[in-house]
Design a protein around this ligand. Structure first.
Ligand code: ADP
Ligand code: MG
Length: 461
């Protein structure tokens, strides 16, 4: 579509940009300094001046790259207090929406700009009160925002700035119609930015339909492999996982996140950890909103050392200081792996990610492994743990297959969407149903209108 495409290379140390060189106002700069930010991250340096100039932006960047400040600072800079709702940020989950709000409130401390967070699962009353007091920026999940639009408690007529954060996740969650509905109600003349970890065609289409000649930034197209994260895996029997989890956790000083494939597993693992006297909290799809907030709060404040979670918690949630991510179960989508391990090594810190591969998940793991472009440590080799895969699986699971790093095959963005593991056959243990999962390739469609949780009450997550 004639859009310019910019690929940013890693900057050299001496080329760091200060926030004050980006054209931001004094009171916004003070908020940034209060936060302790000194130099702008790459995406911030790239995106802020463009948004300030009034041009739309499409940005692809991995988690932890600093997208929130990239879109929020220009918004805080341009919005006027007491002149109605001018900024709208949409995000896929309530956790993410709350996190964005918290961060903007801190950055905007000296601007007098007020922010309301609008998401399903919280009573309407609290949100209506905040809206009545007056706000300039709304951070919302699409479902609940539509409820407010329909009842007239939010109007979009004065909107000048719109952000779609984690757009690919919103699409995955089935929010595309909601997003279109909302965008159709907002003024044509606004600055809009769209951020996404991946750029499947559905996102490109959305951006063609709703953004005006956006400047595109592909910040780390090659960085989905979790570079900078010490990645390893261990093939073990499912029933041995807990024992190994304890071993790894004992060696960890900082906080850990443990990802499980279902809410049942999440609960079990959290329960085991409690029995072992660990300070663990859980987040899964069936928990009430307030309990999820409680867990997240404890973890974020450092009162809990371990967070056990389903993928609900892995999307875009910024948990600083996580040292270890354990994939207790192999994720059921390639992208989930990168989202999960993205919880560690944030903002340049170092981190570790260990994936437990049960014998029945070897096929799934092989698929994911091919997308990992950095050296991957084989803990079976390092720790001398033998793999004895029962007969039916033997054929494709001899230990030698685990040697060496992942292949360097290019990850085809978009290719994995929708079709899931369409390339299936080749990896299979022969025949259908071979992976023992019931939902392969199927996308979650639940949305979070007033729902009990972001992924709907009946999901396995
Ligand atoms: P993303 O949305 O891209 O995943 P976030 O906006 O959540 O990333 O930022 C990741 C982390 O980096 C947050 O803890 C944030 O406070 C921190 N951060 C963002 N920008 C800067 C900066 N310029 N300097 C230092 N830390 C920053
Ligand atoms: Mg973010």
């Amino acid at each position: 579509m004639g859009n310019e495409l910019y690929r940013h290379c890693l900057r050299e140390e001496n080329k760091m940009t200060k926030f004050k060189d980006l054209g931001l106002k004094e009171e916004v700069l003070r908020g940034i300094t209060d936060q302790g930010f000194e130099e702008a991250f790459e995406i911030q340096e790239a995106v802020i001046p463009v948004l300030l100039s009034g041009r739309d932006v499409v940005g692809q960047a991995h988690t932890g790259s600093g997208k929130t400040a990239a879109f929020a600072l220009s918004m805080l800079n341009d919005i006027t207090p007491k002149k109605g709702i001018q900024g709208l940020i949409m995000a896929p989950t309530r956790e993410l929406a709350m996190q964005i709000s918290t961060e903007i409130k801190k950055m905007g401390k000296h601007t007098g700009i007020r922010i309301a967070t609008v998401y399903g699962g919280q009573g309407m009353g609290i949100q209506l009160d905040a809206l009545h007091r007056g706000v300039e920026i709304i951070v919302a999940t699409p479902g609940r925002l539509i409820d407010h639009l329909k009842r007239g408690s939010i109007e979009l007529g004065d909107i000048t700035h719109i952000v779609l954060d984690e757009a690919d996740t919103m699409l995955d969650m089935g929010f595309v119609d909601d997003i279109q509905f909302i965008l159709d109600l907002s003024p044509e003349d606004r600055v809009m930015s769209l951020f996404s970890a991946t750029m499947p065609t559905a996102i490109l289409r959305l951006s063609e339909d709703y953004l005006h000649n956006p400047k595109q930034f592909l910040l780390d197209a090659d960085d989905l492999s979790g570079e900078g994260i010490d990645q390893s895996f261990l093939v073990i029997k499912d029933r041995d996982k807990f024992k190994y989890l304890l071993d790894f956790i004992k060696k960890t000083r900082g906080q850990s996140v443990v990802f499980c494939s279902t809410k049942y597993r999440t609960r079990d693992v959290a329960k085991f950890l409690h029995q072992e006297k660990y300070n663990a909290v859980a987040i899964e799809g069936d928990m009430s909103q307030s309990r999820r907030e409680q867990s997240m709060g404890k973890f974020r404040s450092g009162k809990a050392d371990i967070l056990v979670a389903t993928d609900v918690a892995s999307r875009g949630i910024d948990v600083p200081k996580v040292e270890l991510v354990v994939n207790y179960d192999v994720p059921n989508q390639e992208m989930a792996y990168f989202h999960r391990i993205g919880r560690t090594a944030r903002a340049g810190a170092e981190g570790k990610a260990i994936t437990f591969v049960s014998y029945s998940s070897v096929g799934d793991w092989n698929i994911i492994k091919r997308q990992i472009k950095v050296p991957l440590r084989d803990l079976n080799q390092e720790m001398n743990i033998e793999i004895s895969i029962p007969d039916p699986l033997k054929r494709q699971s001899s230990p030698r297959r685990y040697g060496g790093g992942g292949s360097r095959s290019n990850y085809s963005r978009g290719g994995s969407r929708g079709g899931g593991y369409g390339r299936g056959g080749g990896y299979g243990r022969g025949g259908g149903g071979g992976y023992g999962r019931d939902n392969r390739g199927g996308k979650r469609r639940d949305n979070d209108n007033d729902g009990k949780n972001s992924y709907g009450g009946r999901s396995r997550w």
